[in-house]
Design a protein around this ligand. Structure first.
Ligand SMILES: Cc1ncc(COP(=O)(O)O)c(C=O)c1O
Length: 414
């Protein structure tokens, strides 16, 4: 590539950053100098507001208010209050989302409850290539309820559902965690409904970056992470959505005191609370919810549609830069708009490539078995970052820097 061509890419990056200036929230985040952080799809960066909210929850609320904070700082109602904020980001009505627990536990509650709403159906569909916890949870529910788990890729789900009468639930991820493919939530949900089944969606890789459209798509249940693009912090609570028409019949498979209609009556009989509160289980993770609540303020004044436009522009421009720089690796992520907010590349030495990039300050993920996964959290990344990252990828891959011995030893968390 000539210096002129690189200069032209730099100018284009500047133009695109100017075009998307209204969705630039970089100053709201704390990012170390010299790092291009392409891991917002694993652990979103810390925002000033998340840090301050967590500090306030610890120092003032816990430290000074002590147990009074359950009322005085509204800890008790935080799962529903923060759930409402998440609802706005995923196109769900207020009162249908609660935060707390992990994605795994939330998915267990959703899949179990959904299957019980279709008692005469014996089959649950899920994607064999889902994030493993989704397959494990779904298999576990099927074993417990005597149902059959059928592994059907989302691309084949509509055909499997058409004309069928045995499926209770189709449970899929909206965005594939490895490839970044964006599946058609509305089409699969409609096919499920036409077949008398329900649909549950894992939004871990779409919440905050894709116009999820739960209501428009007719989804019955959904779950998702708080610690990825939503930047709620390590181990941030997940969210669970139950469509309004199912709230009255939703049976929580984990009957805890937080989901009780009158938890402080201390009654041994379980009477489920009204609304989404019945999806709660035990004492909520207050400090994690506080950080997540702070983090979500990064979206104040933004439309998800504009964030999505920025995300598509960033990932599209990154691929354009790779092409222009002569990085000849298979791009696994769709080049059309049917993608989430990541770009995944295939390389036989993907682990070493990711380590070599990290040594240069470009932090991404390796995913088994040969995927270099680079996530573009749109709120704090720029087109200039995308170009700089592409130049680093070229130097590591084309310059064969990844072959150095120090990039080969594997850490516990990959
Ligand atoms: C698509 C998807 N679902 C579920 C999970 C697991 O979530 P948790 O560890 O919060 O239960 C992940 C984690 O990365 C994920 O990517």
């Amino acid at each position: 590539m000539t210096d002129d061509a690189l200069t032209a890419l730099g100018e284009r990056a500047r133009d695109l950053d100017a075009e998307h200036a209204a969705t630039d929230r970089r100053s709201a985040f704390v990012l170390p100098q010299g790092v291009i952080y392409l891991d917002g799809n694993s652990l979103g960066a810390m925002s000033v507001a998340a840090r301050d909210a967590a500090a306030d929850a610890v120092t003032r609320q816990w430290g000074e208010q002590l147990i009074r904070a359950w009322n005085d700082s509204a800890w008790w109602t935080a799962p529903e209050r923060v759930g409402d904020r998440v609802a706005e980001l995923i196109g769900a009505p207020l009162g249908t989302v609660v935060v707390g627990d992990s994605t795994t536990v939330s998915l267990y509650k959703a899949v179990h409850a959904a299957a019980r709403l279709r008692p005469n159906r014996r089959v649950v569909l899920t994607d064999p290539d889902s994030f493993p916890t989704d397959v494990h949870v779904t298999r576990g529910v099927c074993d417990q309820l005597g149902l059959t788990l059928e592994l059907v890729s989302p691309g084949d789900a509509v055909a499997r559902l058409e004309g069928s009468n045995d499926v209770a639930l189709a449970s899929y991820s909206q965005v594939d965690y490895r490839t970044g493919e964006l599946w058609d939530l509305a089409a699969i949900t409609t096919a499920a409904h036409d077949a008398g089944a329900l649909a549950c969606w894992d939004l871990c890789h779409s919440a905050g970056v894709v116009e999820v459209g739960l209501t428009d798509g007719g989804a019955d249940f959904a779950v998702g992470c708080g610690y990825k693009y939503l930047s709620g912090g390590p181990g941030a609570p997940a969210f669970l959505f139950v469509a309004p028409q199912h709230l009255g019949d939703f049976t929580n498979p984990i009957l805890g005191w937080n989901g009780h209609a009158t938890p402080f009556a201390m009654s041994p009989d379980h009477v489920p609370a009204d609304g989404i509160t019945r999806a709660r289980v035990g004492t909520p993770p207050v400090l994690g919810i506080a950080a997540l609540e702070g983090a979500l303020t990064a979206y104040d004044g933004l439309k998800v549609a504009d964030v999505r436009r920025r995300s598509l522009s960033l990932t599209g421009f990154f691929v354009e830069c790779l092409d222009a720089l002569g990085v000849d690796l298979p791009v696994v992520t769709p080049r059309d708009d049917a993608r989430g907010s990541q770009v995944s590349l295939r390389h036989p030495d993907a682990y070493a490539v990711v380590q070599a990039l990290i040594a240069r300050g470009v932090i991404g993920d390796f995913r088994e078995k040969d995927i270099v996964r680079l996530g573009f959290a749109p709120l704090y990344l720029s087109h200039a970052d995308a170009l700089a990252a592409a130049v680093h990828v070229r130097d590591v891959v084309v310059g064969r820097e990844f072959e150095q011995e120090q990039f080969r030893s594997r850490a516990t968390v990959t």
